[in-house]
Design a protein around this ligand. Structure first.
Ligand SMILES: [Mg+2]
Length: 179
């Protein structure tokens, strides 16, 4: 199967590092579990979206992100099992950093299978694994026969379809979908 995999919040742990910078710079005390909206600035009414997103522009920002537990080993297994794993990531900033992150954490992964796309519904696959409601909804609508799978987060509780809570859950669900 062709598995379309999101990076931020699914493969790379975006929120904790991003929040640590926001907290340090603006003196806030936000915790990752308190981020109940995909747009972090909605949690910080005194900060604008531009102020919050400023950190994303820092060269090297994405290289600081830790892999989500289980992501790398599961991706390697899925590739070994014959799946066509494709990263589909929205990327306003840091394209080169994201490529380097993949090279560092998944050496040998083909960069030709890394697609930068804001409109993920333009990319066809059997499965989309994502943490963004807007991506899941738009993609599922475009591909009713595909399976949009939500990677559980405090900010995507409204999703009504398939949901996994970790990478081992995703692996099991992929196996189930193959049958
Ligand atoms: Mg994401």
């Amino acid at each position: 199967m062709r598995l379309l995999i999101d990076m931020d919040g699914v493969t790379a742990d975006l929120v904790p590092y991003w929040l640590s910078l926001i907290n340090r710079y603006y003196g806030t005390h936000l915790k990752p579990e308190e981020v109940t909206d995909w747009y972090i600035h909605k949690m910080t009414p005194h900060l604008t979206q531009a102020q919050v997103e400023e950190f994303l522009k820092d060269p090297g920002f994405f290289l600081h992100l830790e892999p989500i537990p289980g992501a790398l080993s599961t991706l390697k297994t899925l590739i070994q099992e014959g799946h066509d794993v494709v990263f589909v990531t929205h990327c306003k900033y840091g394209h080169e950093d994201k490529r380097k992150w993949i090279e560092r954490h998944l050496p040998g992964f083909p960069l030709s299978s890394v697609i930068f796309a804001e409109r993920k519904e333009l990319i066809q696959g059997d499965v989309l694994l994502d943490d963004g409601l807007h991506n899941l909804e738009a993609w599922q609508k475009a591909y009713p026969d595909g399976t949009a799978i939500c990677f559980d987060s405090p900010y995507n509780k409204e999703w009504q379809g398939y949901r996994v809570f970790d990478w081992s859950g995703f692996h099991l669900l992929v196996k189930a979908l193959e049958k």
